[in-house]
Design a protein around this ligand. Structure first.
Ligand code: GLA
Length: 740
């Protein structure tokens, strides 16, 4: 599989193991999309797919080429203003105010591998996995503006990476008003648009609607990718489900304002555009300047959404996340947040850590409140030095004691923030983001630092480094707890202010990059009030993220199920917290809370010192169970079986080892229903000819039997009857092992 180029027809066929992506230079010198989908044979031309037919009421290329009408033609990176009236992939304003461009094909370059982008998180091919990168160069002669469209194929994961780069080689200043990472024109609109939307504490719920005429989109203008929308989306044929059918996945390696848009036009064709949100964006290109867009990830399969999630997930593991941690089992942890909030001192925490050690946990994470004089959320952000009264014996000594217990030590930071009540604000009030003459709006009683300023990044790097060195830190939870308002940087000229949102996130990336390089063994977990920045840009630096502030088992079922479409379970921080749950007040059993949290990077977030000895014993057993199966839980192939967004009450999912010798499936029930019939669970991904046992039972089952005939699952009511346990919010695990 490779990129094949027909030099005569200037036809480019990007072939992966199971997909084909074909485009061609058109009569007007621009790029036309020919086909993306299941793999087809390579040919020198696909004339039938590029047939031109004259349409009434359509603008033509020229008097001679009357049947070349852009509004009927599928393109790779379209402009507005030459007869295609759909939304364009980019727009450039010129010194004279004109926005008309004509990018004509000039040349291509094909290289092996995939280079990382400078200054932006990006995919890579460090282990030479046969990636190939094709760059098409186009030029607008009048402007001297060069456009590079980059395509990389990762053949074995069926992934294509796209991005664009603009280079001003002319003499006049130009302004990019928009610059998408990718555009894809599809020949029809018979797709379901599947998005993952929500709110704080209710992130990434699956929403599925059929495409209709007009524009449908998901986006963010909050300065982060957001809780409300996630840049991952799918387009699936209406009959596609987890187990079968045709589906495209799109994601963006970006953490700032984004927009994913699908426009269905008058001919029922669909134009997909993904990239930086054009609202609140512009980029000035002086002569000699370049602008590189973030990367878009495109993937396709005809084998259903489980397959899509698996191939995209495997791709991220090998070609996106920090390779230092990509395959390393993540430590089980105890986090003090929901146990103590900011009310703690060193003795309380040490008790906490000692109990954690006794119960088999591996890392103690000290959350918010350890720095400055922070005892409430209105103070000390920015003051990344220790809160002395809470650690009278010294922070280095405290960290030492944690390490001496045989635990790793983790700390919470919120680097991008500033409190008015802080030393930092006294020294640098101008570092706080605000627009001239305006009142800065607080959120969570805090404000945002101007991450576009190099001195802010330097300050944070130095302050954080001191703490990391002093405590020999193993892990950082990097939080970001508010939206950005009054977006303005006093360091940028009036003309450059629309660059601010993108420059902000570039500053964040720079700080991450410097810290990850300086401290390669520190594991980062990103967080943004839980799941507000759960995106591939963050995952490049921090290979896991706090999935949601909502730790209620039932809410988490939905959140983790939704998240699993776009992100593998090794990216999802998942903890057991106390009941009644802090966010929703629900009471669920310790068993169900763990049964949900197992399918991620597992930990506890409650006061283990206050648990009864029976409960502590349960925590010990759960931790031991997780540790025994950790590789499977974190890195196993993930299958969704029963979809709670569809049936409203029941969920099941499963992880399977690569060699198909081990699997763990779990079934969850939200509310009990009386008098149900016999239930079968259809296990996935086993070897059909291998015999398995379930939960150590004596009966043996062939893989094909478990997958096709199913496994009889006792009604939870029968199991809980007479035990005093509720059949609501209950769950069951099935440990499936090949017979030796
Ligand atoms: C955010 C995080 C929580 C916790 C608090 C601390 O809400 O998502 O996990 O760290 O901040 O203030």
């Amino acid at each position: 599989m490779a990129i094949r180029i027909e030099d005569q027809n200037l036809l480019f066929h990007l072939q992966t193991d199971h997909t084909s992506y074909i485009f061609q230079v058109m009569e007007n010198g621009e790029l036309g999309q020919v086909y993306y989908g299941k793999r087809v044979h390579s040919k020198s031309s696909y004339d039938n797919l590029t047939t031109r037919e004259w349409h009434n009421a359509s603008v033509a290329l020229s008097l001679q080429q009357n049947d070349f009408q852009l509004q009927t033609i599928k393109q790779e990176y379209a402009s507005l203003g030459k007869g295609d009236f759909r939304y364009p992939a980019y727009q450039v304003t010129q010194a004279n105010g004109s926005r008309i461009t004509e990018f004509k094909y000039e040349s291509y370059e094909l290289v092996d591998g995939k280079r990382r982008l400078a200054g932006l998180p990006s995919t890579f091919d460090d282990d030479n996995d046969d990636a190939q990168t094709l760059t098409i160069s186009l030029r607008d002669k009048l402007l001297g503006l060069v456009l590079h469209l980059n395509y990389t194929i990762f053949p074995h994961q069926d992934v294509i990476i796209r991005s664009a780069e603009f280079q001003n080689q002319g003499n006049e200043k130009l302004t990019l008003n928009s610059a998408a990472s990718a555009q894809l024109d599809l020949p029809d609109a018979d797709y379901d648009f599947i998005q993952f939307s929500g709110a704080w504490s209710r992130e990434r719920h699956m929403i599925r609607t059929h495409l209709r005429s007009g524009v449908q989109s998901i986006s963010s203008l909050r300065g982060t990718s957001s809780h409300q929308q996630n840049p991952f989306m799918m387009l699936a044929r209406p009959n596609t489900d987890d187990a079968s059918g045709s589906v495209f996945g799109f994601n963006l390696v970006y953490s700032g304002n984004f927009a994913d848009q699908i426009q269905v036009d008058q001919y029922d064709t669909s134009r997909v555009i993904v990239g930086i949100n054009p609202a609140e964006f512009a980029w000035n290109l002086k002569p000699g300047d370049k602008f590189q867009t973030p990367e878009a990830v495109l993937s396709y399969t005809d084998a259903g959404m489980n397959q899509l999630s698996q191939q995209m997930g495997a791709f991220y593991q090998n070609h996106l996340v920090n390779q230092r941690f990509a395959h390393e089992e993540r430590p089980t942890l105890i986090n003090n947040w929901e146990a103590t909030f900011m009310d703690f001192d060193e003795n309380k925490l040490l008790d906490f850590a000692k109990t954690a050690k006794k119960l088999g946990l591996e890392m103690f994470v000290l959350d918010d409140g350890w720095f400055g004089h922070r005892n409430a959320d209105n103070s000390s952000l920015g003051d990344w030095f220790v809160n002395q009264p809470k650690f009278p014996s010294g922070f280095d000594k405290f960290a030492n004691q944690i390490h001496e217990l045989g635990l790793k030590f983790g700390l919470w930071f919120e680097p991008e923030m500033i409190s008015i009540d802080s030393e930092l604000y006294k020294e640098h009030p101008d570092w706080l983001i605000n627009a001239p003459g305006r009142h800065a709006s607080p959120e969570r009683r805090q404000f945002v630092l101007d991450m576009t300023r190099p001195e802010v990044v330097d300050y944070l790097f130095d302050a954080m480094s001191k703490i990391i060195d002093m405590t020999k830190l193993d892990y950082i939870k990097w939080d970001m707890n508010r939206n950005i308002t009054e977006t303005y940087s006093s360091k940028l000229s009036a003309d450059d202010q629309l660059e601010m949102p993108h420059r902000y996130i570039l500053g964040v990336y720079q700080l991450y990059d410097r810290l990850v390089k300086a401290y390669p063994d520190v594991l980062f977990e990103s967080c943004s009030s839980g799941g507000g920045r759960f995106d591939l840009g963050m995952m490049y630096y921090a290979p896991q993220a706090w999935t949601s502030d909502d730790t209620d088992a039932v809410e988490r079922m939905l959140i983790q199920f939704g998240t699993s479409y776009g992100y593998p379970q090794m990216m999802m921080g998942a903890h057991v917290s106390a009941v009644p749950n802090d966010q929703v007040g629900r009471i669920t059993s310790l068993k169900t809370r763990a049964n949900v949290a197992y399918f991620g990077d597992f930990g506890y977030e409650l006061d283990i010192t206050k648990m009864s000895s029976e409960e502590q014993q349960q925590v010990k057993e759960q931790t031991a169970f997780y540790n025994e199966h950790r590789k499977l839980f974190q890195f196993g192939k993930f299958y969704r079986i029963e979809n709670p967004f569809k049936n409203g009450n029941v969920m099941s999912w499963e992880v399977v080892s690569d060699d198909k010798q081990h699997a763990i499936a779990a079934r969850y029930q939200i509310l009990n229903r009386p008098h149900t019939g016999y239930i079968r669970l259809y296990i996935k991904g086993l070897d059909p000819d291998t015999k398995y046992t379930v939960n150590g039972g004596s009966e043996q089952f062939y893989g094909d039997e478990l997958m096709n005939a199913g496994l009889f699952v006792s009604d939870i009511l029968h199991e809980t009857h007479g035990t005093g346990q509720s059949a609501d919010f209950n769950s069951k695990l099935f440990v499936i092992d090949a017979v030796k």
